[in-house]
Design a protein around this ligand. Structure first.
Ligand code: CAA
Length: 257
């Protein structure tokens, strides 16, 4: 049983993971990151899990890496940091991941939210990379993913000043897709996850992979990958089922084959 997370398998193939370190505003210590990586590994292997929603509390999605734990690490400790492997496992999750963000979403917390494929934010959410105030810089993908999400100028401003942006600003900048009232953030994220969970799993997986490719490859390579993935899906039973169901005017029954 994880100590720093609550995990709930809702109906319709959606798993809800809630970060639970209220005493530290869900600061991401080694234990929490390890438990989160293990939960995502489990969700990856579980054929009944089609999508995952990750959330925190109303006050904080997560206030960053655990600064108290960081204070105990010297350079050798940082070079051998077990959290690096946990982050890599989180980044490797191939099923749809949706972040439902309320309150503080800072530093490593913002970096974790940016691992999600879709970000839904409560009106009171605040996104920031305040590491510069500690004399350091983002170390879990913040410089790379934030720039890709919001562009160079705003990413530079956020990382170099350490100042946070609110949910509406984050939505206009492209970091967040929807803003809700805070009490509905998790419900809205689960509703989106349920819609995705009903789609053909192989198509969802390859579409996610192709969209992520667009962030780190040139157009010609991305188009090649898309064509390849599209062709692979042509050989699936779910493609036949989707087209047959359309023609028969019924709902498709996807099997993941
Ligand atoms: N690490 C460890 N503990 C944290 C924490 C963090 N990142 N953020 C908050 N806490 C703890 C506080 O120390 C406090 O605990 P105590 O009561 O035992 O002192 C408790 O959570 C509540 O926090 P506050 O009293 O500070 O709450 P607040 O409402 O006054 O302020 C806040 C909220 C503005 C988010 C403030 O807590 C804050 O600035 N936190 C740090 C944010 C930050 O700098 N994050 C970046 C971390 S570095 C990083 O993430 C590196 C990376 O990229 C991998």
């Amino acid at each position: 049983m994880p100590r720093t997370l609550a995990v709930l398998a809702t109906e319709a193939g959606v798993r809800l993971i809630t970060l639970q370190r209220p005493e530290a505003l869900n600061a991401l210590n080694t234990e929490l990151l390890g438990e989160l990586a293990a939960e995502l590994d489990h969700a990856e292997r579980d054929p009944d899990t089609r999508a995952v929603v990750i959330t925190g509390s109303r006050k904080a999605f997560a206030a960053g890496a655990d600064i108290k734990e960081m204070a105990e690490r010297d350079l050798v400790g940082i070079l051998n940091d077990p959290r690096v492997a946990h982050w890599q496992r989180i980044a490797a999750f191939s099923k749809p991941l949706i972040a439902a963000v309320n309150g503080f979403c800072l530093g490593g917390g913002c970096e974790l939210a940016m691992h999600a494929d879709i970000l839904i934010a409560g009106e009171d959410a605040r996104f920031g990379q305040p590491e510069i105030n500690l004399g350091i810089m983002p170390g879990a993908g913040g410089t790379q993913r934030l720039l890709r999400a919001v562009g160079k100028s705003l990413a530079m401003q956020m990382v170099l000043t350490g100042e946070a942006i609110d949910a509406r600003f984050a939505q206009r900048a492209g970091l967040v897709s929807e803003v809700t009232q805070p009490e509905f953030t998790v419900d809205r994220a689960i509703a989106i996850a349920r819609v995705i969970a009903q789609k053909a799993p192989l198509a969802v997986r390859l579409a996610k992979e192709a969209l992520l490719k667009a962030q780190d490859t040139d157009l010609a390579s991305g188009l090649r990958f898309e064509r390849h993935a599209f062709t692979v899906l042509a050989g699936t039973a779910d493609r036949n089922e989707g087209i047959a169901a359309f023609q028969a005017k019924r709902r498709p029954e996807f099997t993941g084959q």
